[in-house]
Design a protein around this ligand. Structure first.
Ligand SMILES: Nc1ncnc2c1ncn2[C@@H]1O[C@H](COP(=O)(O)OP(=O)(O)OP(=O)(O)O)[C@@H](O)[C@H]1O
Length: 276
């Protein structure tokens, strides 16, 4: 028994409202990060992420992608500059309509707990009673195509299904912003493409802002409304590239001229920045 599809529905939201300042959800303003060991992980990073965008942070190992994502998650602080959430400080997060959830590279499921119990965990921790959390868990499992697996244990799922469960756990919190740190990096290419397609479809159905860390040019172009290109030593942003693609993206998009042109453009940018 295996259903490896996130629930396909028609898209409900259009392009991000890029021109409107009040739609800025996350703002890194001249953010610097130097770790205590002296590593200069981020150099004067300026980035605005607006409501409804799907933004990928793309760059080689060590360019500070995870560091920046962790700052957006409120898990780390800049050594200079500041991060703003919906125009305010970190206390703005977790107020109504302003919630974040994070998905990590590892699924990090509790092996002794059934999938539904794993997905319910953040709701239990938030003290939400079972009567209210149960429909949210069911809805989240349905969104990622795991309705039939709520009673299974993580070991009974494939790697791709475990990542779906991890995404469901984040979605159960009904986040406005989903922060994803290379969630499909450990999966085979076929499964990764499938999950990318389903994630893109899921995003297009919801009022969701996504920030997605990846090393993969192809994945970044397929998923994103905008790709933020980073370089290392020190970690910095070298370009922001809006992706010109259809709202509904399928395998045809992966071989289309705009897709291939964007891949070439990003490859050139990365090569230039990282061979200096
Ligand atoms: N806690 C830490 N202490 C010291 N240095 C750190 C710490 N975390 C990250 N670094 C360093 O900061 C730099 C940026 O790391 P970061 O993990 O943000 O990069 P990344 O682009 O996400 O890399 P990868 O793609 O390999 O995950 C790297 O040189 C890394 O070694």
């Amino acid at each position: 028994m295996k259903r490896d599809d996130m629930n396909p529905l028609p898209p409900v939201h259009a392009a991000p409202h890029a021109e409107q300042e009040d739609n800025v959800v996350l703002h890194a303003n001249q953010v610097e990060k130097t770790y205590p060991n002296g590593t200069h992980a981020l150099d004067r990073v300026r980035l605005k992420i607006r409501r409804g965008e799907f933004v990928s942070l793309l760059g080689p190992s060590g360019c500070g992608k995870s560091t920046l994502l962790r700052m957006f998650a409120g898990l780390d602080e800049p050594t200079a500059g500041h991060v703003r959430w919906w125009g305010g400080g970190v206390a703005t997060v977790n107020t109504p309509g302003r919630t974040l959830a994070m998905v990590f590279q590892e699924a990090t499921l509790m092996p002794w707990a059934r999938v539904a119990d794993n997905v319910r965990l953040p709701l239990d921790l938030a003290g939400i009673p079972r009567a209210r959390s149960a429909p949210r868990v069911d809805a989240a499992l349905d969104m990622v195509g795991l309705s039939a697996f709520g009673g299974a244990y993580p070991r009974e799922l494939s790697g791709g299904m475990q990542m779906r469960a991890s995404i469901a756990r984040a979605l159960a919190t009904e986040p406005n912003v989903l922060l994803m740190d290379e969630p499909f990096g450990a999966l085979d290419e076929f499964t990764r493409n499938k999950l990318d397609s389903d994630l893109r479809a899921l995003w297009s159905q919801r009022d969701l802002t996504v920030v997605f860390v990846t090393h993969s040019i192809y994945e970044a172009v397929f998923l994103s409304t905008k790709v933020v290109v980073m370089a290392a030593r020190p970690g910095r942003i070298i370009a922001e590239v809006p992706v010109d693609g259809p709202d509904v993206r399928d395998d045809d998009f992966r071989v289309s001229a705009p897709f291939l042109n964007h891949c070439k453009q990003l490859s050139d940018l990365l090569t230039e920045a990282n061979t200096r």
